[in-house]
Design a protein around this ligand. Structure first.
Ligand SMILES: O=C(O)CCC(=O)C(=O)O
Length: 264
């Protein structure tokens, strides 16, 4: 594992062979099992990108994995000793699946604080099948402005600075949610599958996620537990930070509801 200074500088860290072949096969089985209950839930399905969210909420096996000692000991290097899971998803890019343009995860989440994305390859990830490209160090400039492009939230990036991460099944990548990343189209005849878990320090909160919240670690050790409250949620600073965006979202939803009612 590269030292923490490298992660601070680059915004990501790769861990080749993080899972053994057996662990990878077990994880893929658990992901496939949990996927069954989740409807394909995004307009991106139509362009060959199949996202299935919140799998861990339905699967004890995934809860055990995402809060296992191996995973917690990796994540505590980045997220600190106490962290919870805001989100997980499997991402399958089928043959012909479309590109997913440059963005920061915060462009989608609307959050001001970082989370740490643990990206585990369940198939190989190549340039041809739509593997992951990153902009080294791009996390250092904080949250950027994003626009929209079809179903995507996007921000400009210089292609010349892009770094490709080759991965084999069982390889893991941890990256900051502030890091710019993208994937290209899948031009092969095989699917590309990754399982992604988003870890957030318990000092930080996501006001757009409904509880209960799954705590993965306390004091740097596994402490799996669903809770209603934790310090980031209770913090007045967090509530204030998101007061305005939440009011704006509420107003947008109200306007949208009224327009629908009035048939506009
Ligand atoms: O897997 C992909 O093609 C892109 C997904 C992605 O960048 C994300 O979920 O943030």
């Amino acid at each position: 594992m590269p030292p923490l200074q490298d992660f601070d500088r680059d915004g990501f860290a790769v861990r080749k062979g993080f899972l053994t072949a057996d662990e990878t096969a077990d994880l893929e089985r658990a992901v496939r099992e949990a996927q069954v209950a989740v409807p394909e839930s995004s307009s991106l399905d139509r362009v060959g990108l199949v996202f299935k969210h919140n799998l861990f909420r339905r699967s004890k096996r995934l809860q055990d994995f995402v809060s296992s000692k191996k995973v917690v000991h990796l994540l505590r290097e980045f997220a600190g000793p106490d962290f919870w899971i805001r989100w997980d998803q499997s991402i399958e890019k089928v043959p012909g699946g479309a590109p997913f343009p440059w963005h920061q995860d915060n462009g989608y989440s609307g959050l001001r604080d970082p989370h740490y994305q643990l990206w585990i390859a369940l198939t190989s990830m190549t340039r041809e099948n739509g593997g992951l490209w990153l902009q080294r160090g791009s996390h250092l400039s904080g949250v950027r402005g994003h626009g929209t492009q079809g179903p995507h939230v996007v921000t400009p990036a210089d292609e010349r600075d892009a770094v490709f991460v080759d991965a084999e099944p069982g390889d893991a990548l941890v990256f900051s949610s502030f890091l710019l990343h993208k994937t290209d189209a899948n031009s092969t005849a095989s699917k590309r599958l990754a399982y992604v878990i988003e870890y957030m320090s318990m000092d930080h909160f996501d006001p757009y996620i409904d509880g209960p919240y799954f705590v993965a670690a306390r004091g740097g050790e596994p402490a799996p537990e669903f809770v209603r409250y934790f310090r980031g949620r209770l913090s007045p600073a967090t509530q204030l930070k998101y007061l305005r965006p939440r009011l704006e979202r509420g107003a947008r939803a109200l306007r949208h509801g009224c327009a629908k009612l009035l048939g506009r």
